[in-house]
Design a binder for this molecule. Structure first.
Ligand code: CMC
Length: 434
């Protein structure tokens, strides 16, 4: 673990039965403090219990800053709004993995890397053939990303050409993502093209078919590419969330980065996390089928048998700044491309009612990033089962950056303890006597 002595600002005292113990208080650059309880058990014989680790960290991190009370998000110090308005996803990916915004020369070089490494080994194509047509693209993606470790060299955090290595992974995961979709449709894959940008290539690999060529340079598809580029920026990192923690947990055992990213993909798949964007669309479609009876769903959510997908966040107790920007994108898309998406109207109605309802006001439940991104993806023609894959593409630079930071900090293996609640010692009974 990185030396914490520089950030100790005081001591906390804890009394446990007849023992008094003292622990260092650490302070981050944002002024927030944490108690270093690494020696809690050694000093007092007890451990800390924290359901869901919501009040715990084992990480010092300088990547994303989140102020959930005030709806502020920054990547490496830069406001999400500025990156969204002025930067490209390539620049943000570079910012994540290298720690600074690229110069013009650096971003050009990063683009060259993204292009050069876009193909995957032809032998990997056989793997796609083995999945059933009904396979979820997230299942294919997770398996294929682990498989990359068999084809490409191991990645170490201190590689001198880390930018290129990161670009290689980012580029190949994008290609695998598009191939996963083609597989689920039973269509032939479309190879990446060197003349297209990262996002253009993705859209082309998704939508070009032998009988219906996709014109990525058309005015409409250029708008789609621009919108997609912006959404990916919104996903790029988000502190120590569930999937990032999964990446780090696996990485802490010194498993390779491909395995760690694959773990992140599996965690992100869950509907309480990145899978919420798919769940939002499914929920809105159900509301539509039910005659747009939004109130029924709101009332159901209050009974706790059902959660309104796309609402609430573990950290944001005000409007998720990413959701606000996604909503802007959706407005831009609907205006410029004349999209008439009935789910959008239902979503707006749902949001309006939720924001005026005491149940949600008291619990500080606002739309989160997944509420509007799912509708945008749908409007771009991306099928529902690919929505969480899109989240992966955006989050990958963040996962790589967080993994690299952790490895550079000389980490210990993550090894939480437990409060045992099972039976005491039981005498073994032979099979014939049970
Ligand atoms: N619909 C209805 N009630 C909710 C919801 C919701 N979406 N979210 C939380 N609540 C209620 C919950 O029942 C609880 O009520 P009470 O205090 O009466 O018991 C209260 O709000 C607090 O809930 P919690 O589960 O303690 O809150 P949390 O901060 O641990 O959960 C969450 C965060 C995102 C898991 C949760 O809000 C949720 O399940 N949302 C729906 C799924 C979703 O949209 N996930 C995407 C999150 S953003 C993308 C990402 O980064 O993963």
């Amino acid at each position: 673990m990185k030396d914490t002595s520089q950030i100790i600002v005081g001591k906390a005292k804890l009394e446990v039965a007849d023992k008094t113990a003292e622990f260092p208080i650490l302070q981050g650059t944002d002024g927030k403090m944490g108690i270093d309880i690494a020696n809690l058990r050694a000093q007092t014989g007890v451990i800390a219990f924290d359901n869901g680790f919501n009040n715990t960290t084992s990480t010092l991190s300088g990547i994303s800053f989140i102020d959930g009370e005030n709806g502020i998000l920054r990547y490496r110090g830069y406001a999400i709004e500025d990156l969204f308005n002025y930067a490209s996803f390539r620049e943000v990916a570079y910012l994540m993995v290298s720690g600074k915004l690229p110069t013009l020369r650096e971003v050009k070089q990063f683009s060259v890397y993204l292009t050069e490494h876009s193909m995957i080994d032809e032998d990997m194509h056989h793997f796609f053939a083995g999945f059933p047509r009904t396979a979820h693209p997230m299942a294919i993606l997770a398996a294929m990303v682990t498989s990359l470790s068999s084809f490409y060299p191991e990645i170490t955090h201190d590689d001198s050409n880390f930018d290129e290595i990161a670009a290689r992974l980012i580029s190949k995961v994008r290609t695998i993502a598009a191939y996963s979709y083609k597989k689920s449709r039973g269509y032939p894959v479309v190879y990446p093209q060197a003349k297209l940008s990262y996002v253009e290539n993705f859209l082309n690999m998704m939508f070009d078919t032998p009988n219906s060529p996709y014109d990525i340079k058309s005015e409409e598809h250029q708008i789609h590419a621009k919108i997609l580029d912006k959404i990916l920026i919104l996903h790029a990192d988000h502190g120590q969330n569930c999937s990032t923690t999964a990446v780090k947990l696996v990485g802490s055992a010194r498993a390779n980065l491909y395995a760690a990213v694959s773990a992140g993909i599996c965690a992100l798949w869950g509907p309480l996390h990145g899978g919420a964007n798919q769940a939002v669309i499914e929920m809105l479609e159900n509301i539509k089928k039910d005659g747009a009876n939004v109130n029924k769903y709101i009332e159901d959510a209050k009974t706790k048998n059902f959660r309104l997908m796309g609402f609430g966040h573990a950290l944001y107790k005000s409007y998720d700044p990413r959701a606000a920007l996604a909503k802007e994108l959706l407005d831009e898309l609907t205006q410029k491309c004349k999209i008439n998406e009935p789910l959008f109207e239902i979503a707006q109605d749902l949001e309006r009612r939720v924001l005026a309802d005491d149940y949600f006001i008291e619990r500080k439940l606002y739309p989160n990033i997944d509420f509007y991104t799912g509708i945008i993806y749908k409007a771009l023609g991306i099928p529902t089962n690919m929505l969480t894959v899109m989240f992966v593409l955006g989050r990958l630079p963040g996962w790589i950056a967080q993994w690299r930071e952790l490895m550079g900090n000389g980490i210990k293996i993550f090894r939480p303890r437990q409060i045992y609640t099972g039976p005491g010692a039981i005498e073994y009974v032979q099979l014939e006597d049970r």
